[in-house]
Design a protein around this ligand. Sequence first.
Ligand code: NAD
Ligand code: DAU
Length: 379
Amino acid sequence: MPAKTILITGGAGFIGSHLVRLMVNNHPDYRIINLDKLTYAGNLANLKDIENKPNYRFVRMDICDFEGVLELLRSEKVDGIIHLAAESHVDRSIKDPFTFARTNVLGTLSLLQAARLYWESLPEKYEGKRFYHISTDEVYGSLRLTHPEGIEPPFSTTASSGTHHLAYGEEFFREENKYTPHSPYSASKASSDHFVRAFHDTYGMPTIVTNCSNNYGPYQFPEKLIPLFINNIRHRKPLPVYGRGENVRDWLYVEDHARAIDLIFHKGEIAETYNIGGFNEWKNIDIVRLLIRTVDRLLGRGEDEDMNLISYVTDRPGHDERYAIDSSKLQKELGWEPSLQFEEGLEKTVRWYLENQDWLDNVTSGDYMNYYEQMYSQR
Ligand code: NAD
Ligand code: DAU
């Protein structure tokens, strides 16, 4: 009898696939069920290495399918839910906000309501249960790029956890900050966070919310900055930098996020919020230059040979200026720390995409969408 049955939603996506792999390997006594609709962002080839493990099951389902989710929770006797399924790309949300409201808001509500009905029907009710919602730092809005007197950013600063780092402004996203989302994506994530907290306050559901900064690493869909640009540099295609490339993002290696989720799922306090981030702010244009240098070096091209690929294009509407997350609470209370320096993580990431060109080619050609039919239709 497995110790726990955990439902992970969105496990075929970028962060979800790293989390599923970690949970399946780290907790062989748990049963891990990966529920994913397999939208364009879901790719089961991300999980090839663990798909035949005895403690893993994949279920193709839409989180908005309330009856289906309820039946699955009952039949699998699910004790814990880690909810990552979402529409996640800001540019798509600007073109098609309805899909974001449907999946991120209504889908989260459907999952919460199904969990409530199932858990409340049990003799032990919410005892030993947990609903963990994965959210984003974008719900806090945008921070200003500020210049403390006489010092041009980035400048050195110290967080309350004692971490020394470079910052592009004096403010940070903290757990108590108010929500001021700007894009349809972040508005939909903010709304889902509110629903999760409302289910704790109204029904007593044991919930946790975490808000993480930008993730990077293997298996990220090549519409996001880092994998898109690695692929374009390799093929010598233009690199569309929005605006002047001055926007700042705070980057965390995806496996460090997955480790934080595992830790918080087990040790986090019910009804709490934890920010997750590595105190690692970078201007977009500096990342783009570093990517060009790294790809060119690894491919044996001349130094700075591909700098001319940089192409400044019209800015993203409502483009948030700066994200910078303060993860001191998580570091101090649960002892989590990022394991990689950014330069090291980025080099590892670039190497992975260059060595796994077939993964990228399958995604860009659309072939990856056949993987489910090939692997699962005869089972
Ligand atoms: P992703 O787009 O790579 O993956 C999303 C997954 O959800 C896909 O497998 C997709 O098929 C699935 N999905 C989408 N709609 C669904 C539905 N209706 N029903 C079931 N499954 C559905 O996303 P990601 O970048 O891995 O992000 C995962 C989560 O983490 C999201 O909730 C996102 O908001 C959050 N997050 C992401 C980042 C980041 O930098 N990528 C940072 C902080 C938080
Ligand atoms: O902060 C966490 C968020 O990070 C997550 O919640 C989102 O799911 C995730 O997509 C990410 O959002 P961003 O919008 O910051 O990521 P993206 O990779 O789309 O863009 C990073 C920065 O690069 C941003 O300032 C926009 C810029 N950009 C992006 C693309 C795709 C470009 O200049 N050109 C591009 O082509």
